[in-house]
Ligand binder design. Structure first.
Ligand SMILES: NC(=O)c1ccc[n+]([C@@H]2O[C@H](COP(=O)([O-])OP(=O)(O)OC[C@H]3O[C@@H](n4cnc5c(N)ncnc54)[C@H](OP(=O)(O)O)[C@@H]3O)[C@@H](O)[C@H]2O)c1
Length: 277
């Protein structure tokens, strides 16, 4: 990992995970800075990771190769506007992890030709198994792409998008996706309890089955459909369950659910982009 200076604006949950991941990857603590208004949260980050923490955003961002906007989406316009002149002078890369905020809006708040990478991570990044999609605008250099990618890789896997419009589909898939799997676990556990298992047994078997299936699918060279068919013997127990899923049009339901999430992501992008500084 490079020794580039990375400054986080906002030291909340996601920044804490990224900082932890960067340190675990060998990024020097002296080259990581954070601006966090909450004194207790700031001190905790300084104590836990031996990084430099500041109350003030401009001080934290001074001299940074990358400034990572890790504040809530509705705060990005204000933070970017306040740092715009400094970031232009320093030619820093700006990376935003804020859900829904488009790179063109961020570049607009920063000023002409600002290099911006937009990242869409997901909550498993908090346990270093995130899935992040990245989009770079035309002003981002190859070195800056590498820096953005290695930063997000510290908390999981990374894919690049050539077209930012795909970010709405990514939001619907991996951004909101952990909740779909939590929901599936929740209802599987409930169904197992109705079949007579006690809560703890149902919970453990549900979670380990989810983990095992995900690990098998990741380690296999075959797709999920092939793996499913292999364990679905005609006339067997799995086939009986899958027939019920098909009768309830599970595939159609997923298409509708992801469609609704993608439409909402686009609406949120419009709303956030309409904010003034
Ligand atoms: N958590 C996730 O899994 C996840 C997934 C995908 C995307 N994201 C995105 O990541 C971003 C951060 O999420 P998070 O979960 O880390 O949120 P969070 O825990 O609320 O962190 C945001 C931090 O920024 C601080 N802050 C507020 N205003 C600020 C300002 N003007 N300057 C500097 N810092 C300021 C907040 O302090 P106060 O609390 O004192 O206001 C808070 O500590 C969000 O935009 C979110 O959309 C998060």
């Amino acid at each position: 990992m490079s020794e580039k200076i990375i400054s986080f604006i906002g030291g909340g949950n996601m920044a804490r995970s990224l900082i932890g991941g960067l340190i675990a990857d060998g990024h020097p603590a002296a080259a990581i800075r954070v601006a966090e208004p909450d004194a207790a949260r700031r001190e905790a980050l300084i104590n836990d990771f031996a990084i430099q923490g500041f109350e003030d955003n401009a001080t934290a961002a001074r001299g940074a190769d990358a400034v990572i906007l890790a504040v809530k989406p509705n705060t990005v316009a204000e933070v970017a506007g306040d740092l715009a002149a400094q970031i232009r002078d320093q030619a820093s890369l700006v990376m935003s992890i804020a859900a829904g905020v488009r790179s063109a809006d961020i570049a607009g708040w920063l000023g002409e030709n600002a290099p911006v990478v937009r990242a869409m991570p997901n909550t498993p990044a908090l346990v270093q198994t995130g899935a992040t999609a990245l989009f770079a605008n035309a002003a981002v250099t190859a070195d800056q792409r590498d820096l953005a990618e290695s930063t997000m890789r510290a908390v999981g896997m990374v894919v690049w998008l050539a077209d930012e419009q795909q970010m709405d589909a990514v939001t619907a898939l991996s951004g909101s996706g952990p909740a779909y799997f939590f929901y599936t676990m929740e209802v599987m556990q409930q169904a197992a309890e109705q079949l007579g298992l006690d809560r703890e047994t149902a919970r453990l078997l549900t979670l380990e089955t989810a983990l095992g299936a995900a690990r098998m699918a990741l380690e296999s060279s075959e797709d999920a459909a092939t793996l499913r068919k292999r364990v679905t013997s005609p006339g067997g127990t799995t086939a009986a369950a899958i027939e019920e899923f098909n009768r309830g049009d599970l595939a159609g339901l997923y298409a509708k659910a992801l469609g609704a999430a993608a439409r909402r992501a686009a609406e949120l992008g419009d709303e956030l982009g309409a904010q003034s500084q």
